[in-house]
Design a protein around this ligand. Sequence first.
Ligand code: AHR
Length: 492
Amino acid sequence: MPNRVTIDTERTIAPIDRNLFGGFAEHLGRCIYGGIFEPGSPLADERGLRTDVLAALQRLRMPVMRYPGGNFVSGYRWRDGVGPLEERPTRMELAWHDLEPNSFGTNEFVDFCRALGSAPYLAVNAGDGDMREARDWLEYCNGSKDTAFVKLRKQHGYEAPHGVKYWGIGNEVDGPWQIGFKTAEEYARAYAEYAKVMKWTDPSVMLLASAVSLWQPSWVERVQLLMEHAASQIDYMAIHWYVGNDAKRGYRDDDFASYMAISEKMEDMLSATEGIIRAMSSALKLEHDIPIAVDEWNVWYRVHNEGKLEEVYNLEDALVVAMHFNAFIRHAHSVKMANIAQIVNVIAPILTRSDGMVLQTIFHPFEIYSRTCGDTALDVHWSGDTFSTPEFDALRVLDVSATLDTKARKIAVYLVNRSESASSETTIELGNARFAGPVTSHVVNGPGVKASNTFETPGSVGVREHSLAATGRSLTLMLEPHSVTALVCDIA
Ligand code: AHR
């Protein structure tokens, strides 16, 4: 059956927040040390930042970067990571059972963000930390009055405030694995108190509540209680998820169709979260919107490489990353931030060695979406071939989203062909516009769904670009099996 995608540039969903293309760096494995920071390496600059990694990350155009964890933050003392290097203590790190030398901390992170062009987003310790520590950290970073913490920052070489706008209160506090795990009631109360003193310290900050990472029935009560206790102090409701081609965590199942159907789970988690926020906002007569921040998401198999959590991704994982962006674009009315976890080595689009790095398969869809995404999400209608899995019936083979660049009058149409073996003949129809010139097609693909990029085969999965002639209102093309295609074109 031919596939048909209908686009009307006046049928919009919402403005797209660029923060959908955010990142996350944690003190975990080789993300910081040996990833972004490697003093003494011939590849590092005078600050110790790996220049090859910086250049690759710049291609991803991440507008916001979350730090320092993750589970790590629930045992972190920010003061250990500022000031003269020789005075910084090495600590036992209990979240990941490692040693933390603290040679990279707040100021190094802010420098890294400036080099990248990302806004820093700090998560505070709501595990074994307290609100005093959180508020002091905020004052150290953002304060401009003549206080002890501001003097300390200046002594450390940072005269001007860092102006950190985004602050998360805790991380995955709903998980028993977390240092300082909290019941729904405990976190809702703690959130309200942290938020109060943090907003008093700097009223301009945006606060993120750590709502859901454990998708068990109690998540509904967590969001509800948070809203009851603190709705007026919540700027974002943060949720996390990780997915994989695995029925059980930790190994690949090779059930390609079920893996491709993960889009339904993402839809479900987003729609359900939207629903409960909306229901509670209405009940509480809340005067501001609470958007969703998916501030950790990715494919994750929990593979250990010499004791470090490092994944080698394949093409099917890249399709799933593209489907995440399609879901975020389709939910642009509610999802206003998303942070891929993480950026280097640990669950990441980039893998390093001391002498170089490799771009993983998932790097490519991220780069294309981030580079070509417009400012407005379009409400696309599409129909065509279907597939079924033990769990779902008649899912569309294509997974689609589209955006409009309102100033440049450009549309970008993103199509994931979830067939492992068949090309999909697809017609794009513009309802109220016509193509005004050739269409640039960016295709992510490789020899098969298990193809990976490694140091030995760095270009196995890559991007090809071509130009397609298009006139009038419709364009028909063949979408390759197991591929992501981004069509970018001027319209009139
Ligand atoms: O990103 C890796 C870990 O996944 C984070 O530390 C934690 O928040 C989540 O469980």
